[in-house]
Design a protein around this ligand. Structure first.
Ligand code: CO
Ligand code: ZN
Length: 332
């Protein structure tokens, strides 16, 4: 599965530019699904029909990653930029970005060596190797993603865009491994989550699920001086209880807990005091949908080096597969 993760995380796909990730996923899942389509926002929606008697499930993982967008190019050819999603300023200086056309830039800071503080956004620029706007390989509106290779530390995996390609990998792996299921399962690889779960909003209306589950990363509390939180790397996938965007439907939460306990899959309960996922938008679609979230604990979320634990990832695959194969007995 590590090769699948590496392929997914190293593919370029900032919010709104999901085409390459979508094409990659489409190719991988084609033999395993009955039908698939791409909607107007660029969500990939694939259906695997069940044997009957189950529910219409929507499983969502977002394809997009955070990035930067060129706002103007100054006289000396330095690209000035804005953010695409929740990029953290303290992760920027000295980093590299890759644009859709293959151009690469280095992020510089006007006050490099002059200040020990944290940069202001307007003091940052991208050096794409140009000397004027005329020889710049990028133009206004071009979008860049962090450039950082996948690293396998054995037990732990590190890359840019673990948020949420690791979720995509978990969903794909569960789809490939799942046995017969009573449920019609819609596997939705969403667009523009990092800009406010926009893809999930419209795809949930398109699918009209009876139950929805998002698969996404969550934060942890196990690094030095971390904001306290009862989620650690290596203690299993997390079952979300609540975040800033939703209270998980209690029956969905209990279904997830029951299946994890029945299958002997270690899990953690997650209360995240900020943030949100596609599950919120599924829950709030149409007249409301019972929704939950399967979270993969992740360190350094929204940095170019997001870290997950491989056993947590494998636990998430197993839990998702067992959920898909089971019959949610509660009424929606
Ligand atoms: Co994110
Ligand atoms: Zn995410």
């Amino acid at each position: 599965m590590k090769e699948l993760v590496k392929q997914l995380v190293e593919t370029y796909g900032p919010a709104g530019q999901e085409g390459r990730v979508r094409a990659l996923i489409e190719g991988i899942i084609r033999p395993y699904v009955d039908a698939s389509r791409v909607d107007a926002l660029g969500n990939l929606i694939a259906l695997k029909r069940g044997s009957g008697g189950g529910k219409r499930l929507m499983i969502a993982a977002h394809m997009d990653e955070i990035g930067v967008v060129v706002t103007h190019i100054d006289k000396k050819g330095f690209a000035r930029f804005g953010r695409v999603g929740g990029v953290q300023v303290q992760t920027m200086v000295g980093g590299r970005v890759l644009f859709g056309n293959g151009a690469v830039g280095v992020i510089g800071w006007e006050k490099w060596l002059q200040s020990r503080g944290v940069p202001a956004w307007e003091e940052l620029f991208i050096d794409v190797g140009a000397t004027s706007p005329d020889d710049s390989p990028v133009r206004v509106g071009d979008v860049g993603a962090f450039l950082r290779p996948f690293v396998d530390l054995g037990k732990r995996l590190v890359s840019k865009a673990m948020d949420d390609r690791i979720g995509c990998a978990v969903v794909i792996q569960a789809l490939m491994e799942m046995k017969e299921s009573p449920n019609d399962v819609y596997f939705v690889f969403t667009a523009q989550e990092e800009l406010g779960t926009r893809g999930a909003v419209v795809s949930a209306f398109g699918v009209e699920p009876e139950v929805g589950i998002a698969v996404d990363v969550t934060h942890i509390g196990d690094t030095p001086e971390a904001r306290p939180m009862a989620v650690s790397l290596g203690k299993g996938p997390a079952i979300k209880v609540m975040d800033a965007g939703m209270v998980v439907n209690p029956a969905v939460k209990q279904w997830m807990i029951d299946v994890a306990e029945k299958e002997g899959i270690p899990y953690q309960l997650e209360v995240l005091e900020f943030g949100g996922t596609d599950a919120r938008s599924i829950q709030l679609s149409k007249a409301g949908v019972p929704a939950g979230c399967l979270s993969i604990p992740c360190r350094y979320v929204h940095s170019p080096s997001e870290m997950v634990d491989y056993e947590d990832v494998q636990g998430a695959v197993k839990l998702l597969r067992k959920l898909l194969e089971s019959s949610p007995s509660f009424s929606s």
